[in-house]
Design a protein around this ligand. Structure first.
Ligand code: SAM
Length: 344
C-alpha cells in the first residue's frame, strides 16, 4: 500500500502536535484507529507486561514494535491502524508522530495481558516526571493478579485510582459493570482512551469517572473494589499524584480503605495494595484499622508482597528515611464484608 500522505498533510505541523486526549476522544477516526489497533493486537496474541513481551504471530513483529511506541514505516502503520485517515487523526491529536523519513510512531505504549489492554502515554521530557503523570508499573500487574485471585463473585466492580485503566479493563472479563475512577484528569482521559482499544463487549461494561477516592459513589453497591493506593511518604514522592500517600504514606491508603470498604455490597471483597508501616513505638496504623473492621464483623487479612517483587524492596526503602518509622512492607490488604454485616 502506498501511503503518501505527506503530500496532503502538513507534516511539519504534525511533528510537533501535543498529546491531546480530549481531542482524541472527540475524533471518531482516532477512536476507530485505537479499536483497530486493539483488534490487531488481540488477534496477534500481543502481551506486554513489565518484563514480559510476546507476540504469537512472528509475521507481526512490526505490529509489536508499533504497540511499544517504536518507529515503523508509515505504510505498515497504516495497514495496522486502518488506513491513512486513521494515521492523520492520530497525528492531529498528538497520539502519534512522524519523521521526515516517513517513520511513524505512537506517543504511547500498549500494555496488554493478551485480553485486557491499556495505553500508557510517554512522558514529554525524559528528565522531568510531571506531578500529574499517568502511572503504570510492576505493581499494576500485581494488582491485576490479585484482582484475578480475589475478584471472583458478583456483577459490579470498581477500580479506584485506575491510572491507565488496565485493571478496570481486565475486570470487564469478570463483571457486568466496571467503574474506573481517578482524581487525576489526565489519568481518566487516558483510561477512556484505553477503553477504545477494547472489543465492544468489554467497552460497554467499563465506565470512567473523575473523582476523589469514593466521593459521590453509592455505598453498599459493589461486589469487588480494588485500589493500588499511593503510599510513598510526602517527602519522597515530590508531589506526584500517583505516589504521594500523605505525610507518612498511610494517610491516603487509610482513606481508600475506609471509603472503599463502604462501597462493598454484602458478600463483597475489597483489596488494596499499600505499605504497612510499623513505628518505633510499636504502633501499626494498618493493623489498628483492620482490628476495627474485625470488631465490626468484617473478615480481614494482610498478604505481604513476596521478596522477588520489586515493591518488596521499594517499601523497605522508605523506612530508612521516615523519622520514627521502624519498618515498612508492601502488602495486599483484603477485607471481606460478610453477608450479615450491617454497615452504619
Ligand atoms: C500507584 S497509582 C496506581 C494506578 C493504577 N491503579 C495501576 O495500578 O496502574 C495510584 C493512582 O491513584 C490515583 N489517585 C491519587 N490520589 C487519588 C484520590 N484522592 N482519589 C482518586 N484517585 C487518586 C493516582 O492518580 C494514580 O492513578
Amino acid at each position: 500500500m502506498d501511503v503518501r500522505f505527506a503530500a496532503s498533510v502538513n507534516t511539519s505541523e504534525l511533528l510537533s502536535t501535543r498529546w491531546s486526549p480530549e481531542h482524541a476522544l472527540d475524533s471518531t477516526d482516532t477512536c476507530r484507529a485505537l479499536a483497530e489497533l486493539g483488534r490487531k493486537l488481540a488477534n496477534a496474541g500481543f502481551i506486554n507486561r513489565f518484563g514480559r513481551l510476546q507476540i504469537d504471530d512472528e509475521h507481526n513483529a512490526a505490529l509489536a514494535e508499533l504497540a511499544l511506541g517504536q518507529r515503523i514505516d508509515v505504510a505498515l502503520a497504516a495497514r495496522y491502524l486502518g488506513g491513512p485517515q486513521a494515521l492523520v487523526a492520530l497525528l492531529e491529536t498528538g497520539l502519534a508522530t512522524i519523521t521526515e523519513e516517513s517513520q511513524f510512531s505512537l506517543s504511547f505504549e500498549v500494555l496488554s495481558d493478551g485480553k485486557a489492554m491499556a495505553l500508557l502515554p510517554f512522558l514529554d521530557s525524559s528528565t522531568e516526571v510531571p506531578a500529574d503523570s499517568v502511572y503504570a508499573g510492576t505493581d499494576t500487574w500485581l494488582l491485576r493478579d490479585q484482582a484475578w485471585k480475589y475478584g471472583l463473585h458478583g456483577k459490579r466492580a470498581i477500580d479506584l485510582g485506575t491510572g491507565t485503566g488496565l485493571v478496570a479493563a481486565f475486570l470487564t472479563s469478570r463483571y457486568e459493570s466496571v467503574i474506573a475512577t481517578d482524581i487525576n484528569q489526565r489519568a481518566t482521559l487516558t483510561a477512556q482512551l484505553s477503553r477504545e482499544l477494547l472489543p465492544e463487549s468489554a467497552k460497554s461494561r467499563m465506565h470512567v469517572v473523575t473523582n476523589d477516592v469514593a466521593t459521590g459513589l453509592r455505598p453498599g453497591t459493589f461486589d469487588f473494589v480494588c485500589v493500588n493506593a499511593p503510599w510513598v511518604p510526602a517527602h519522597r514522592s515530590v508531589g506526584r499524584i500517583y505516589s504521594q500517600g500523605g505525610e507518612t504514606g498511610f494517610e491516603l491508603p487509610r482513606r481508600f480503605i475506609l471509603e472503599g470498604t463502604e462501597l462493598l455490597a454484602p458478600g463483597g471483597v475489597f483489596i488494596a495494595l499499600c505499605a504497612e508501616l510499623t513505628f518505633l513505638d510499636g504502633s501499626n496504623p494498618l493493623r489498628d484499622l483492620l482490628e476495627n473492621f474485625e470488631r465490626r464483623g468484617f473478615a480481614t487479612f494482610i498478604e505481604p508482597t513476596p521478596s522477588p517483587h520489586p515493591f518488596h524492596a521499594a517499601a523497605n526503602g522508605t523506612a530508612e528515611t521516615l523519622p520514627g518509622l521502624d519498618s515498612a512492607r508492601h502488602v495486599t490488604v483484603v477485607i471481606h464484608r460478610k453477608t450479615g454485616v450491617v454497615v452504619q
